[in-house]
Each structure stands twice: as structure tokens, then as C-alpha cells.
Design a protein. Structure first.
Length: 171
């Protein structure tokens, strides 16, 4: 099953799963197939990132925002990621990605992804993303009301994300 099929299945299943609050976490499960592996016969580092992309779609679907975003001709864009790999995931092993929005600034939404296999931590990632519409970038203050968040103040970002943000702003 190629990743596009997994994406479509995740998108469809997210519609029948329980609706979540925008700051609540969602979990999606996958099985490592042989074509997901690299020459070391474990989940390819790039595939981790692709699975996290699918996990963010799960978040949108569970928040019941996917159709709204598409109707507005907005498209989600990943703007960067920091990953810490801890354990390999081997072919045919099942794993879960727990994802949540951890905060935002004037441009970016920040996400946390925790990858686990049998309760063991395999990877932790922070990602930043935004929505782009026909007229350009959509600021979080425009997206948040659609998600049911009226307050524009972000929850405090973890120190590691704040430092990453500062480093990115130096570029």
C-alpha cells in the first residue's frame, strides 16, 4: 500500500473518529511495509516525515476542518521540522504517531509528533506549518477562529521550539 492510499484511508477514517479540540492530540497507526525501509531494513528517515504529514491530515480531519480548508482553497504547507530519532522500526512492525498543535506565532502553527512502537519512544519531532490560500499565506489569527479558538494568544511554546524559532528568524 503506497503512502497515497494510506493518506486517503487516514483522511476518510478521521471523519468517523471522535471530533477533537484544536489543542487535543490525535493518534494514527501504521505498519511498516518493505518499501518503507532503507538499506538497513528499518523505517527510512524520510518516511518518518511523510507519515507525520499524514498525521497532520488526521488532525485536520478530527478537528472537522479538512473540508472547510479545502473549500476556502487553502492548502497546508510544512515549513520545517526538527526530529530526534531514538529507536528503529522494522518491517511489518506497527507504530503510532501522536500529534497535536502546541502553539502558534504571527505566521506559523507549531506541531508535536511522538512516534511510538509498543509504548517505546522511537522519534519526537516538532514541525511548523501554515496554510496558503489564493491570495498568499493565511495567518494563524485567520485560521484559529475556523478551528473554534477565539483567543489569539498561543499556549507557551516549549523552550526547544522557542530556540528553533529564534534560529530560523536569524536566516
Amino acid at each position: 500500500m503506497i503512502l497515497v492510499i494510506r493518506f486517503v484511508i487516514t483522511m476518510l477514517l478521521s471523519r468517523v473518529r471522535r471530533k477533537i479540540h484544536p489543542l487535543e492530540s490525535a493518534t494514527v497507526r501504521f505498519t511498516v511495509l518493505p518499501h518503507d525501509c532503507d538499506l538497513n531494513f528499518h523505517l527510512n528517515a524520510g518516511r518518518f516525515i511523510s507519515f507525520m504529514d499524514v498525521a497532520r491530515v488526521e488532525l485536520l480531519g478530527r478537528m472537522r476542518l479538512f473540508r472547510k480548508v479545502i473549500a476556502m482553497k487553502w492548502r497546508p504547507i510544512n515549513g520545517g521540522m526538527i526530529i530526534r530519532y531514538r529507536r528503529s522500526i522494522l518491517p511489518m512492525q506497527r507504530f503510532a504517531i501522536r500529534s497535536r498543535v502546541i502553539g502558534w506565532d504571527e505566521k506559523w502553527l507549531y506541531f508535536e509528533h511522538i512516534v511510538e512502537r509498543n509504548g517505546e519512544l522511537c522519534a519526537v519531532a516538532n514541525a511548523r506549518g501554515l496554510f496558503r490560500g489564493p491570495d498568499g499565506t493565511i495567518a494563524p489569527r485567520e485560521f484559529l477562529p475556523l478551528a473554534g479558538i477565539e483567543a489569539t494568544d498561543s499556549p507557551a511554546l516549549p523552550e526547544s521550539v522557542q530556540r528553533w524559532r529564534e534560529l530560523e528568524n536569524l536566516r
